[in-house]
Design a protein around this ligand. Structure first.
Ligand code: ATP
Ligand code: LTN
Length: 330
């Protein structure tokens, strides 16, 4: 069975785009691979600096991951900072990647391009080294990522090749990025030409997994469509209507283009999309509440995950340090 690793940052509330575009696939894929899922709280520190916030978001995100259907008996769900080898291997990665390589990373260039007086943590620059540690620690075969993360998997491969060459040992397995076929890409309800996104969407354009039914209904009612008044699936010409059809199909089943034939007006389409989303979210929300009401159980599940992760990570880390040839503690 191939080993798959995917990670998500605890950097804000989970939305419908995260669920349909990523988390749902994690759940579907957990039986086809040896799946490891990390909540990468160390990475979140690059953008979240208020004390206490990362921990609170980590526990909520863990509850979401189990609530959407990751089975702790099947997949390994763990918190990055609970497995100390991530930070430890990250240093070895930093010494294996060059300043020039890190300077060329698009994410770093984009996020620092604005200039301004914002504090730029050095962690934003070394971020790919920590990500390489995440990936290489688990002898990962496949890393399912969005297109924006492809470059981070490529640099991970470069680091692994260089490390293996330098230290004369096949320490690291080379991972592949798996970019899912353009599947569910959920657009902002208010700005249907932009993706639904926690950092860019207005509250009214974004559906959180935690939104109660009345909020979901209200947001869909106000969703931006167009003035044409005909229901057709055409992403370029009718982005708002097509997004509603995509969401309806993703949550209720069926094909978006075929579903268009069931509607003549926008109102009923919006109501049907809202109902399908509410029906999808209801069981997730019920399970989420149960988990959040039993913190002890949630902590136990994360301890089990951290332990399973640690078994693999500590062995890889040992191999790496042995290859470098550090003096072992006596
Ligand atoms: P940010 O606004 O900070 O970019 P985000 O809300 O876009 O955050 P990420 O944390 O970047 O979300 O992504 C987590 C996962 O959710 C990724 O796998 C990403 O591809 C997926 N994802 C995010 N937004 C969408 C969307 N609108 N449609 C489909 N998938 C999405
Ligand atoms: N950089 C990624 C999150 C991430 C990741 C990983 C993804 C950190 N470590 C390891 C895959 C594998 C992001 O921002 N989406």
């Amino acid at each position: 069975m191939p080993r798959v690793l995917s990670c998500i940052q605890p950097s804000g509330a989970v939305h419908l785009g995260n669920y349909l575009g990523a988390l749902r696939n994690w759940v579907l894929g957990q039986h086809e691979a040896d799946a490891f899922h990390g909540i990468v709280d160390l990475h979140a520190m690059v953008s979240v600096q208020e004390p206490g916030v990362i921990g609170a978001q980590t526990i909520e995100l863990a509850a979401v991951l189990f609530a959407v259907g990751l089975d702790p008996d099947v997949a390994t769900v763990f918190v990055q900072s609970h497995v100390p080898e991530h930070a430890r291997l990250s240093w070895l990665m930093e010494c294996t990647v060059s300043y020039g390589e890190l300077s060329r990373m698009t994410q770093f260039k984009d996020k620092t391009a604005k200039g301004g007086t914002d504090f730029v943590p050095a962690g934003l620059f070394t971020y790919p080294a920590l990500q390489a540690a995440d990936i290489l620690l688990y002898d990962t075969d496949h890393v399912p990522v969005g297109d924006d993360q492809r470059q981070h998997v490529e640099i991970t491969r470069d680091i692994a090749v260089r490390f293996n060459q330098r230290y004369g040992a096949e320490v690291f397995r080379l991972p592949d990025a798996v970019v899912p076929k353009a599947g569910a890409r959920v657009m902002d309800l208010q700005e249907p030409t932009s993706k639904m996104s926690k950092s860019n969407s207005a509250e009214t354009g974004i559906i959180y997994l935690s939104d109660p039914p009345a909020t979901v209904a209200k947001k869909f009612k106000r969703a931006v469509t167009d003035s044409e008044n005909s229901v057709r699936y055409d992403r370029a010409a009718k982005p708002g209507v097509s997004n509603l059809l995509d969401i309806l199909a993703a949550c209720g089943g069926g094909d978006p283009a075929a579903l268009a034939g069931d509607f003549t007006q926008y109102g009923p389409l919006k109501a049907a999309a809202a109902d399908a989303v509410v029906a999808t979210l209801e069981p997730i929300q019920a399970r989420y509440r149960e988990l959040m009401d039993d913190r002890a159980e949630l902590s136990r599940l994360l301890r089990v995950g951290a332990h399973k992760a640690e078994v693999v990570a500590s062995e890889t880390y040992r191999r790496a340090t042995e290859a470098v040839g550090f003096l072992p503690p006596g």
